[in-house]
Design a protein around this ligand. Structure first.
Ligand SMILES: *Cc1c(COP(=O)(O)O)cnc(C)c1O
Length: 370
């Protein structure tokens, strides 16, 4: 699905040199590399503060801890997402309230959220799935109207641009109170291990997040909050600082692959190609198709025989997961989420796709429909 090796080989000398610097300095936790990366990412995102942490799941957890959400508070989250988004809500003894998503962009909407708001609702977590932003302005005004926090799960859309109704552009993930992201190796901006970050324009909130991520420490051995240990290490920051320079180029490479797929599959009536919204660019963390009226597993097996991987993100609605049974009744059902869980599949997409491989994948898909 991804080709991290070829990507590494292209930046090998830069990476190796930066690693040597970290090794020579023996500053493995925090230190100048981490600071430099946080500042460079903040500048790239045009946001006041970036706080790095150990992974994307921790970023979501830290956001909820910093906003002082209390046990029993309800947090609205799409049911069609990676488990991490809802997991941290439950972990903090908050209540995940799952809502449906749009059939075109796979993201939740202000309408679905609005129907789920109660007097216990405290926060909304829109997920910008597969590389494209949810329609944020209606969600932000809904949040404002009801006094709710907005935490954006931006693990899949870092670098995408959002165009506001007034024509101004902002980076996806910087519109809500806090944006969270993951630097898992296969993400659009990935390191060589685990990593994550939060971004916010609220300086006070940023200071609190920074403290909570470091044992709630205000200064050494003074602890103001019950915190956690969630830090980015210097070797990961070294990788990320280098890869950040190439992020736009990487995202463009993914968009080029997506364009080729779009053109190739346009005339296959049984495939629905990815929708492009007007408010957001799409940076194709995944290239996800919908199978119309046929069994996608049949196609996936057919492709597998040809050595072409295809994956299903995500096969099961969160509310049908055993772990989430306490948060919904057996009868609970969200029609779009269920349809998507049964019809989506994703093809390989990454920054190093060569023309030959791309043609091979396209011809493989075509031959199934002949
Ligand atoms: C990857 C991902 C996460 C979690 O990130 P980790 O770094 O793996 O903890 C959370 N939400 C979404 C939507 C993701 O894709």
């Amino acid at each position: 699905m991804v080709d991290l090796k070829s990507q590494y080989l292209k930046i090998q000398s830069e990476i190796n040199q930066s690693f040597q610097e970290v090794l020579a300095s023996c500053q493995f936790i925090k230190g100048p590399k981490v600071l430099s990366f946080e500042q460079n990412l903040a500048a790239y995102l045009r946001v006041h503060e970036v706080i790095s942490c150990a992974n994307g799941t921790d970023a979501l957890q830290l956001a909820m801890m910093a906003l002082d959400l209390q046990p029993g508070d309800e947090v609205i989250v799409p049911a069609f997402t990676y488990v991490a988004t809802a997991e941290v809500i439950a972990l903090l003894k908050l209540k995940p309230v799952m809502v449906d998503v749009d059939m075109d962009d796979f993201n939740t909407t202000a309408d679905y959220i609005s129907n789920a708001i109660t007097n216990k609702t405290k926060a909304i977590v829109p997920v910008h799935l597969f590389g494209q932003s949810a329609a944020m302005e209606p969600i932000l005004s809904l949040a404002k109207e009801h006094g709710l926090f907005v935490i954006e799960d931006n693990a899949q859309a870092i670098g995408a641009d959002y165009t506001l109704d007034n024509g101004q552009q902002q980076k996806v993930g910087t519109l809500g109170d806090i944006g969270c992201t993951s630097f898992f190796p296969s993400k659009n901006l990935g390191c060589y291990g685990d990593g994550g970050a939060l971004f916010t324009n609220n300086k006070k909130l940023a200071a609190k997040i920074r403290s909570i991520a470091n044992h709630g420490q205000s200064k050494k051995y003074h602890h103001q909050y019950i915190g956690v240990n969630s830090r980015l290490d210097a070797l990961q920051a070294a990788v990320l600082d280098i890869k950040l320079k190439y992020l736009d180029q990487y995202n463009t490479a993914r968009q080029d692959v997506a364009k080729r797929y779009d053109e190739a599959f346009r005339d296959i009536s049984q495939l629905k190609t990815p929708f492009r919204s007007t408010h957001s660019t799409h940076i194709f963390h995944q290239y996800t198709l919908q199978a119309i009226d046929f069994d996608r597993n049949d196609l996936i097996h057919f492709l597998q025989e040809k050595g072409i991987p295809a994956m299903i993100y995500y096969p099961i609605p969160l509310y049908q997961q055993v772990a989430f049974a306490p948060y919904s009744s057996k009868k609970f059902s969200l029609p779009n989420t269920e349809k998507l869980c049964q019809s989506v599949f994703s093809l390989p997409i990454h920054t190093e796709m060569d023309a030959e491989t791309l043609t091979y994948i396209i011809e493989g898909v075509w031959s199934y429909f002949k």
